[in-house]
Design a protein around this ligand. Sequence first.
Ligand code: ADP
Length: 466
Amino acid sequence: GFDFYLYDTQQARTLSALDRVLIRKSELIAGFIEIYKDGKIEFEPHEQGDKLAKQSSVYDIPLSGHYYQIFYENGKPLAISPSLSGFSLPVPLERANREGSVFGNLSGPKGAPLRVYTKKIKFPSPGGESEGYTFVVQIAEDLTEVHGFLESLRNQIVYATPLFLILSGLGAVLIARVSLAPLKSFSKEVGDISEKNLNKRIDEEHVNTELRELARSFNVTLNRLEVVFENQRRFISDASHELRTPVSVIKSYCEIPLRRQRSLAEYREALEVIQENILRMEDLIEKLLTLSRLEQKSYPIRKDKVGLHAVVDATASLLTKVADEKNVKIDVVSPPQEIYVQGDKTSLTEVFVNLIDNAVKFNKNGGTVSITVRSGEGYGIAEIADTGIGMPDESLSSIFQRFYQVDPSRSRTSDSGARKRGGVGLGLSIVKEIATAHGGKIEARSKEGIGSTFTVYIPLFNPIAA
Ligand code: ADP
């Protein structure tokens, strides 16, 4: 496209420059026409001083490529340039008379291409007695040189363009190779990292400046992935560990009665222990499944209008028997009016079962669990405070992690077989995942020996969103 544009503008410019020369020359040649008072008309190019004589000399050399012809209005010739050597150029007399001036291309002597300008010129009569005189002046210039110039331009374009394209293509490949080399080694370094060497990092200092930012964000991602992988690994090992204990108990309780004949009471006791451990495993598997579903966002969380106080109250009633066994009082403070949140009743019940159960389980004999429900900042807020053993500050940040227990022995000692009470450190992880899935959150405060307070925030019911 650029080539075409270049050639086209160059051609137009050259021709218009030539046309301007032709116009100037026509004025020059017309200046040589002399009209005398007695009506005599003469054309004398050589009598008008040195400069003009010099200009007109090119018209004396035969076939010089510069020609002129002057005609009277009626077509009778006044002067014909000697350089034409007898060749007569066709004159568009009628058109020149009609239009005033005409440009055209035609073949001159020996077939040479010519650019021709024909112009009608009016002269006043010297005495002013008649209308004046009209002549048709024709100037022609050989186009061979112009054509030669345009052809060489065309050739340059035709040869230079592919050469330019090839060279720039090669240049581009070279630049791409050189500039992509560091990226190649970077990509190899990245490619060498797998789950087996997730602790490996890209050396940010020795990487190309342009890639440093990329290396940095890659390392940040690797840090995150390493934590996730580590958590996953620990999760699997903790889960296997938790399942191994009941399985070994079941195994031994199967082996003992099978070794020899036992009494009915002994069989019964064995089956009871087996059942208790199966229930414990079932509970653990159920919790693991819930967590996995919550994480994959495939856990069905409904967005119903749920009365927060009603759920808390119902859950507290469910756990009264367990609390009574531990001589703990559950005290639910009713709000002036029900607070409706947007949530899933079953999941919210699970949240409060876990929190109230912990508040009872880790309470002192004769302690209290105080539950208040209120609203604020767009949330329905439930606060579960106990007067229990509390937790050290350093544990507070970890209690929502899976399988985390401040002291595994203290949550098991109270586990005298009741299924729900057998803590494995998954309850608070589930509580946190459910609160998050609701668009809410959970916070914990605690003082060792004084008690703990868990605050759950669930978004208030919004009829428009629902
Ligand atoms: P668990 O099944 O052991 O109760 P959770 O995930 O519910 O697991 O709780 C994790 C750990 O947080 C518990 O083992 C316990 O150490 C601590 N914890 C939870 N709630 C309380 C509480 N109300 N008072 C004191 N410690 C608590």
